[in-house]
Design a protein around this ligand. Structure first.
Ligand code: PAF
Length: 283
C-alpha cells in the first residue's frame, strides 16, 4: 500500500487510474481501525478496481469539550491492517494539508435538515464538520463509490442527502454494523469503556431490539416505548442521551403509519458516548 500525505500526490496517481478506466472506491475513516472498518475495505474491493482509505482525525467535527486530543491514533497498526486487506492507497494528511487556511475561516458545507436532531442536538456543529470534510475528501479522491457504515446511521443519512443536494458524482454505499460477541456495535470509542461498564453496555442494543419487537407485535405507543427504553438503559447506570423511533429517510419522529422505521439510541458511559440503531420494515 502506498501512503500519500498531500492532496497533489494522491490526485496525480488517481488521475492515472481514472484515465485508464479503473473504478475507484473510497473508505474515509478517522483511523484506529477495527474489523468494522476492514469490512468496509473488503466491500470496496469487491466492486472497485482501486481502493483508497483515508485516515484523518477531523478537528472540525469535534466540539470544544469533546475527545479530539485523546482520540486513539494508531497509525502503524492501521497501516498493517490496511496492507493485509490489500488496500491500494492510504491518504494520511496533516491538519495543515486539509485546512491550509485554518479552521476558523474554512468554507463550510451545511446540510440544513437532519443535523440538529439526535446526535446533532448533543453535538452542535458536528455534522457541519462531517459534511465539510467529507465533501473535501470527495473532491480530493473523486471516487466512484464511497462506503460508510450503518452504525453511524445519521451520518450516513446526512452524507446521502448532501451528495444528492450537491449533485456529487459519488455513489454512497452503506455497509452493515459490525458487532462484538455480546452485540456491542464496533467503534473506535469502545476503547474508552472501562472494565466495570463493559459487561453492561450491551443494554443499548438490547433496549433498541426490544422496541423493534414491540413495534412488530403491534405496539405503536412510540413515546412510551422510547421512555421505557431510556429507563432500561439508566437502570444499568448509564445516562441515556436519546432513544428515538424515526422515519428511516427523514429521521423525523416516525408516524404510526410509517412502514420503514429506524430506532436510534445514544448513551453516555462514564467515559464514552455510544450509539446504535436498528431498522425494521413493517410490510
Ligand atoms: O465516521 C467517521 O469516521 C468520520 O465521521 C468520517 C466520515 C471519516 C469524517 O471524518
Amino acid at each position: 500500500m502506498q501512503v500519500f500525505h498531500t492532496v497533489n500526490g494522491l490526485r496525480e496517481i488517481l488521475r492515472k487510474h481514472r484515465n485508464s478506466g479503473q473504478k475507484i472506491g473510497f473508505v474515509p475513516t478517522m483511523g484506529n481501525l477495527h474489523d468494522g472498518h476492514l469490512a468496509l475495505i473488503k466491500q470496496a474491493k469487491q466492486t472497485n478496481d482501486i481502493v483508497v482509505c483515508s485516515i484523518f482525525v477531523n478537528a472540525l467535527q469535534f466540539g470544544l469539550n469533546e475527545d479530539w486530543d485523546k482520540y486513539p491514533r494508531t497509525y502503524d497498526s492501521d497501516c498493517e491492517k490496511l496492507d493485509q486487506e490489500d488496500c491500494d492507497y492510504l491518504f494520511y494528511p496533516e491538519d495543515s494539508e486539509m485546512y491550509p487556511n485554518g479552521l476558523d475561516t474554512q468554507s463550510r458545507v451545511i446540510c440544513p435538515t437532519m443535523t440538529d436532531v439526535l446526535c446533532g442536538a448533543s453535538r452542535p456543529g458536528h455534522f457541519e464538520g462531517v459534511t465539510t470534510v467529507v465533501s473535501k475528501l470527495f473532491n480530493i479522491v473523486q471516487p466512484d463509490e464511497a462506503i460508510f457504515g450503518i452504525k453511524d446511521y445519521q451520518q450516513l443519512a446526512v452524507i446521502k442527502r448532501m451528495t444528492e443536494d450537491l449533485c456529487l458524482p459519488v455513489k454512497i454505499i452503506s455497509a452493515p454494523i459490525h458487532r462484538e460477541a455480546d452485540g456491542l456495535a464496533m467503534s473506535s470509542r469502545n476503547s474508552y469503556i472501562n472494565e466495570d461498564e463493559r459487561p453492561k453496555v450491551k443494554v443499548l442494543k438490547q433496549a433498541l431490539e426490544l422496541i423493534a419487537e414491540q413495534i412488530k407485535a403491534g405496539d405503536l405507543e412510540f413515546t412510551q416505548l422510547e421512555m421505557e427504553a431510556k429507563k432500561r438503559i439508566e437502570s444499568e447506570g448509564f445516562k441515556a442521551d436519546y432513544v428515538t423511533i424515526s422515519n428511516r429517510k427523514t429521521l423525523e419522529p416516525a408516524a404510526v403509519d410509517d412502514r420503514e422505521i429506524t430506532i436510534l439510541g445514544a448513551m453516555y458511559t462514564a467515559s464514552a458516548r455510544l450509539i446504535d440503531n436498528i431498522s425494521i420494515n413493517l410490510d
